[in-house]
Structure formats: C-alpha cells, structure tokens
Design a protein around this ligand. Structure first.
Ligand SMILES: Nc1ncnc2c1ncn2[C@@H]1O[C@H](COP(=O)(O)OP(=O)(O)OP(=O)(O)O)[C@@H](O)[C@H]1O
Length: 212
C-alpha cells in the first residue's frame, strides 16, 4: 500500500538519508528506528506531506503523493492519513469528546456519535472521560486521547511518532494493541520509536543510518 522509493533528504550539507526504499503493506506495522537525529520524524513528516523530499517518491495506493497539489494533499490528509504526533496536537481548551468530534468531521463522518467515541475511549483505557477538559489530563492520557481520535477517524495510513514515549508499560501495551488492531483492519502503520518493545511488536523494521 505504501511504497517509499529511493528517497533522500538533506538539511544543508547534512544528509539524513538517501537511497532509502521500503514497503508497508496494508495490515502491516513497520518500526522506524535509528539514533536520535537520524531523521525518523523528518521521514514521517515527508510521508505525511508536511515536509518535501529532496528526491524519490512515496506511492500510496498507486499514486505518488509527493506530486499532489494543494487540493489532493488536503484530501489525502483528511481521508487517508492518521498522524500521531509527539505533541499529541490536541485542542487543549476543549473536552475529550470535542477533540474526537473534530477527527470524525474530517474523516469517518458516520461515526461521529458519542457511542462511537465511548467505544474508542474505552479501548484506550479512558472510558467515561469524554467530558473531561484536555488540559486537565496527564501527558499519557492526552497521548491516548490522540490515539482514540485516530480510532474514530479510521485512516488507512497511520504515522506514529514515538507513540509510547510518555507512557508506563501498561499504557504502552494499550497503545501498541490499538495500533495492531488498526493494522488488522487494513491500515498500513509506521511507528518511529526508540523502544525495543515497540519494535518487537512490529512486523518489520526500517533502520535509518545517519548519512546512508
Ligand atoms: N527544518 C529543519 N531544518 C534544519 N534541520 C532540521 C529541520 N528539521 C530537522 N532537522 C534536523 O534533522 C535531524 C533529524 O531530525 P529528526 O527529528 O527527524 O530526527 P529523529 O531521528 O526523529 O530524532 P529523535 O529520535 O531524537 O526524535 C536533526 O539533526 C534535526 O536537527
């Protein structure tokens, strides 16, 4: 479903990666690993069309998304892409349910009701917390709200940047299980991580070696 073909990216004279190719099939979870600064977040940003490549292509469902113009980019982000950022990207001064409703409005419109939200919240261990204000939640709880938002949106490509970073091991397991369920439902999931535990739960690993 995702074919990353011969991509390269530099910042100034510093090459992060080049001649990099890999595939993520629908239903697969791939770990993106490498030393701090090797360019994992940058690669996810390129795959999410937040950052341009220097060369190469990223083919999703047969289309090179890096050639998309503004309208097609918007539709790709809205309909296909689920992004789990390191900073959660939640609306802090709003309820948990409102944050899920925003995701539903952008993607899976039919699952906008509170029942669907409650199912998603329960599956990340936050059942009954829909009316809580996001700014009152702990970092780990916010991280799981961001995951519940993905479950509501039902994207087909999921890019996750250190999704277990702020979590204890029980909650990390909850997150990995939820991502696995998304894969089982047909998603292609890419997870940038320093965690050996997360890596061992993925189907394959792509290692970034600085300057390769
Ligand atoms: N817009 C930018 N301009 C210049 N340099 C940048 C830019 N974005 C990232 N970098 C640099 O590119 C390198 C790779 O950063 P990136 O965040 O992708 O690494 P990473 O592998 O995700 O690191 P970590 O594991 O620490 O999160 C870093 O040295 C960073 O400073």
């Amino acid at each position: 479903m995702i074919n990353v073909n011969d991509v390269a990216k530099s910042f100034g004279s510093r090459t992060l990666w080049s001649n990099l190719s890999f595939t993520v099939g629908a239903g697969q979870m791939v770990a993106l690993v490498g030393a701090s600064g090797s360019g994992k977040s940058t690669l996810l940003n390129c795959m999410g069309l937040l950052e341009p490549l220097d060369s190469g292509e990223i083919v999703v469902d047969g289309k090179d998304i890096t050639t998309f113009r503004a309208g097609a980019r918007r539709r790709f982000r809205r309909d296909t892409l689920g992004y789990l950022f390191q900073n959660y990207a939640l609306i802090e001064n709003a309820t948990v349910a409102f944050n899920l409703a925003v995701a539903a409005a952008g993607g899976a419109r039919r699952s906008r009701n509170r029942e669907a939200f409650e199912v998603a919240l329960q599956s990340v261990g936050l059942g009954g917390r829909g009316d809580d204000m996001v700014y009152r939640l702990s970092g780990g709880e916010q991280q799981r709200v961001a995951l519940a938002r993905l479950l509501v949106k039902k994207p087909t490509v999921v890019l996750a940047d250190e999704p277990t970073g702020a979590l204890d091991s029980d909650n990390a397991t909850t997150v990995i299980s939820a991502l696995r369920r998304m894969a089982e439902s047909g998603c292609a999931v890419v997870i940038a991580t320093h965690s050996k535990h997360v890596e061992s739960n993925c189907d394959s690993t792509v290692e970034l070696l600085a300057g390769r």
